[in-house]
Design a protein around this ligand. Structure first.
Ligand code: H79
Length: 491
């Protein structure tokens, strides 16, 4: 009895061992796609193939912005050494955003550097990340090439404090992601913390090891850091990873002195004239960035983008599982698009190299909606209305005695020439009441209806109302396409 029950197990072990040895690994894990082994910590990089050529200089600013205006939705990835402590230092939780742990816990450089020695994200799979972004309906990816902690997440020749040289992982994930993005037709860009660098004596922000920032600015240390680390690293990123769609700078500190900001602009223009610059370099970029997680209450002119989190941190924190629900993400995306902006939504992968499952699942739910209804988002223009965004309270006052702005979340409108897309998040039982406009309506249908069957419109006291049959309604949101006479709404 005993031998009979043990025998299959022994056989399984022996065959697994033989299989694993052939693969150069003693305990190959199932389900890792052959690129990793979580037990013996051996990882295999995909074969590297040449990257596409860098894009030519656009003929105009409109041409330069075209992909960004079409894309609307991007994936931000915050990945660095901070995902290892994941919000906890020496057994104690550290409050605040996870990638700020070095600063919040005032960890000395010499101690923090130790994290590199154990950083080995063996489950990292560039293909899986890019596939996730694509399935989520995102059109571009921006990853932290170096955050304020100062650690380069790519193979840098400028500083050995990088993932290839300083960790047992000994791979360049950015190079692998560049390849996967090219394969999937996803645009690829870099976050680079140009001012803050807590690893360098001349970088801004590390006052616990290197003293006050003012002194670094005045005694030349800041310029030395900018010229000897930040600028050469940005040049590396622009030269070694194929077409870069966007350089995402952040937390500018005194960038208007000594041409500091302009030198970054010059580098981008020199190496990649088609590459956009975000709104946080400290000198003018190609579009404006709102505050972190700040969605304007009304439509804004020009090109702009909202960087946002899916929970309450950018870098992975093990105790933050308060994920935005799929419906909330979808509302925010359509809200931002209807106001004329882009939504850059962040994930913080773990130190094993994986995106937390629940967060991924929520993104994919939104992706399934976009697969059917994406026409209302990608390349769509602003709402011609505005009353749907919200209203000032007649009762509630803020600390300054001003009326509080209350957001409405019932519906949003996006546009294309001759078409209005009403995405309705809360469908009134009697049907959706169209806002007032003069144009003749040629046709109205549900975007997800393959037959585009005509919806009936009833008019009572000059108010037009559209009812969607219940069987055609989706639980998250329904988009009604209204085709109008003329390109633009007349009110
Ligand atoms: O990369 C993400 C953030 O790390 C970065 N921008 C996004 C895209 C960012 N850098 N600085 N800030 C955001 C503002 C930071 C504010 C705070 Fe704090 C950090 C609040 C709590 C921790 C600094 C330290 C201010 C208070 C304590």
């Amino acid at each position: 009895m005993k031998t009979r029950s043990v025998f299959p197990f022994v056989l399984l072990c022996l065959s697994a061992l033989a299989f694993a040895l052939l693969d150069g690994c003693a305990t190959r894990q199932m389900g890792c796609g052959g690129s990793c082994c979580t037990v013996c910590a051996v990882s295999k990089a995909p074969e590297l193939t040449p990257l596409p050529p860098i894009l030519p200089a656009p003929a105009s600013q409109d041409e330069k912005m075209a992909w960004f205006r079409e894309a609307k939705y991007g994936l931000f990835i915050h990945w660095g050494l901070y995902c290892q402590p994941a919000g906890e230092w020496k057994g104690k939780p550290v409050a605040g955003i996870g990638e700020w742990i070095m600063n919040r816990a005032q960890i000395p450089v010499t101690e923090y550097e130790g994290l590199a020695k154990t950083f080995n994200p063996v489950q990292f799979d560039a293909e899986a990340w890019v596939q996730m972004a694509q399935d989520a309906g995102m059109k571009y990816i921006v990853i932290t090439s170096k955050h304020h902690e100062g650690f380069a997440m790519y193979h840098s020749a400028v500083s050995p404090y990088n993932i290839y040289d300083a960790t047992p992982f000994h791979r360049d994930p950015i190079r692998e992601l560049a390849q996967a993005c090219a394969k999937h037709g996803i645009k690829f860009g870099f976050y680079y913390s140009q001012s803050q660098d807590w690893h360098e004596p001349g970088g801004m922000g590390n006052t616990w090891d290197f003293g006050p920032d003012d002194a670094k600015d005045k005694d030349g240390a800041y310029d030395k850091y900018l010229q000897e680390k930040a600028e050469p690293q940005v040049a590396e990123l622009l030269q070694n990873y194929g077409p870069v769609c966007l350089m995402w700078f952040d937390t500018a500190r005194v960038m208007n002195v000594n041409n500091r900001g302009q030198r970054f602009v010059d580098l981008v223009h020199k190496y990649q004239p088609a590459c956009l610059i975000d709104g946080r370099l400290g000198v003018k970029g190609d579009y404006s960035s709102t505050g972190d997680n700040v969605i304007p209450s009304e439509g804004e002119q020009g090109d702009w983008e909202v960087p946002a989190t899916v929970n309450h941190t950018w870098g992975f924190k093990k105790d933050d599982t308060d994920w935005k629900a799929a419906g909330d993400i979808l509302f925010k995306l359509v809200d931002v698009a209807s106001k004329g902006g882009n939504y850059l939504l962040n994930v913080g992968p773990t130190s094993a190299g994986v995106v937390p499952a629940e967060c991924k699942s929520n993104l994919l739910t939104v992706g399934r909606w976009l697969k059917v209804n994406g026409e209302a988002v990608y390349g769509a223009g602003r709402s011609p209305f505005g009353d749907e965004f919200g209203d000032f309270s007649t009762k509630l006052k803020d600390a300054n005695g001003k009326p509080v702005y209350l957001e409405f979340t019932d519906w949003r409108c996006t546009t294309k020439p001759g078409k209005l897309y009403f995405t309705v998040f809360r469908m009134p039982r009697g049907g959706f009441q169209l806002p007032d406009f003069k144009n003749e309506i040629k046709k109205a249908y549900v975007l997800s209806d393959p037959e585009q069957a005509d919806l009936s419109i009833t008019t009572t006291n000059d108010i037009r109302q559209i009812a969607i049959p219940r069987e055609k309604q989706n639980s998250m949101a329904n988009t009604i396409v209204v085709e109008i006479a003329g390109d633009q709404v007349e009110r």
